[in-house]
Write a protein that binds this ligand. Structure first.
Ligand code: IPM
Ligand code: MG
Length: 385
């Protein structure tokens, strides 16, 4: 890792967690893109690579060590690939790769997970939805990330066979709802000024608290139009009228499920980035953790098949939110759009229509990274994958 005291503003300290499955493939691609952006815009990146997740369990016996969490906390931001895989999936295991995610989210105070969903025009044929439904889709899902069922107390199954029982609990406090609601209102204010709060207030006490608090906070944002949606109705509207949404804010598990559903709009789960942020600022911006929303896809790991765009766009969010480098973030996003516009496609994006496929070039993870790097504005440098 680059020592402190590097040229202010020109060398950033980032943590890379490649993790498991396709994590190393997509993180290598995003690092190459960030390096190219650094060359173009005149900044350097000092990387600390940490072994976390299933890889952490194999190396150290735990998903993440305390010292790794401290390294994450001291860095400007963290870029993560994916964690998990079948070899660590035994339901009786007490040590699980996903524990690393919860330790980082909770331990670093990253209470909001931002998942933007838009549709590149060239990928409209890759979505199973009719093209006219995708017109104008541009939403931001704000998922509460450190409360609810994920962090509530639970008891694992116990009892005699045939009578076993288990439980999970879904707690939310007013401050937990208020801080993520305020962030969502602020983000809506910078966009089309529409906020949809998603809950299950016809059943859940925590949803009724959620709705009450969100409406109280709405008084501070008279310029933002707020509406409520029950989560089941929202799930349907996401595929019947996806362009009707601007910003959505919702509790942890609902956000997890709805954002996977929304990824279908973008053509592939491999397209979507995410940023997990809190309120802590570094010298350059908000401290945060950036990762694609897809999982570790062990079946295609290490085969140069994974779509790196979700991770590359996560790196663009990192540049924008944590490093204050909107210039480089814009360039990375434009380079991704350029590569797609020029017909580069990983397997998950391959058009079903043969006529459309004829105009496309099939690439792997490395090829897509190269196509993106080539469009960042430097030509004389290999991406070094
Ligand atoms: C996500 C993932 C994680 C989650 C899993 C891997 C625990 O699905 O980030 O959406 O449920 O939060
Ligand atoms: Mg998920």
């Amino acid at each position: 890792m680059t020592a402190e005291g590097g040229l202010p503003g020109s060398t950033y300290r980032l943590v890379a967690i490649a993790g498991d499955g396709v994590g190393p493939d997509v993180v290598a691609a995003a690092k190459a893109v960030l390096a190219a952006a650094g060359t173009r815009f005149g900044f350097g990146i000092g990387w600390a690579d940490l072994v976390v997740g299933g890889a952490g369990i194999d190396s150290y016996g735990v998903a993440i060590r305390d010292e790794d969490l401290a390294t994450c906390g001291a860095a400007d931001a963290i870029l993560l690939g994916a964690v998990g895989g079948p070899q660590w999936d035994d339901p009786r295991a007490t040590v699980r790769p996903e524990q690393a995610l919860f330790a980082m989210r909770g331990g670093l105070g990253l209470f909001a997970n931002l998942r933007p969903v838009s549709v590149h025009p060239a990928l409209v044929p890759a979505s199973p939805l009719r093209p006219e439904l995708l017109d104008g889709v541009d939403m931001l899902i704000v998922r509460e990330l450190t409360g609810g069922l994920y962090f509530g107390s639970r008891s694992e199954a116990s009892g005699a066979p045939g009578e076993r029982a288990a439980s999970d609990t879904l707690p939310y406090s007013e401050p937990e709802v208020a801080r993520v609601a305020r962030l969502a209102f602020e983000l809506a204010r910078g966009r089309r000024k529409r906020l949809t709060s998603v809950d299950k207030a016809n059943v859940l006490a925590t949803s009724r608290l959620w709705r009450t608090v969100v409406h109280e906070i709405a008084a501070e944002y008279p310029d933002v139009a707020l509406d409520d949606r029950l989560v089941d109705a929202c799930a349907m509207q996401l595929v019947t009228k996806p362009a009707s949404f601007d910003v959505l804010v919702t509790e942890n598990l609902f956000g997890d499920i709805l954002s996977d559903e929304a990824s279908v709009l973008a053509g592939s789960l491999g397209m979507l980035p995410s940023a997990s942020i809190g309120t802590r600022r570094t010298a350059h911006g908000l401290h945060g953790l950036y990762e694609p929303i897809h999982g570790s896809a062990p079946d295609i790991a290490g085969q140069d098949l994974a779509n790196p765009i979700g991770t590359v766009l996560s790196a663009a969010m990192l540049l924008r939110w944590s490093l204050g480098r909107a210039d480089a973030a814009d360039a990375v996003e434009a380079a991704v759009a350029g590569a797609l516009g020029d017909g580069f496609r990983t397997a998950d994006l391959w058009p079903r229509d043969p006529a459309a496929a004829e105009r496309c070039t099939r690439v792997g993870t490395v090829g897509m990274a190269e196509a993106i790097v080539a469009r960042i504005g430097i030509t004389a440098r290999s991406p070094g994958l």
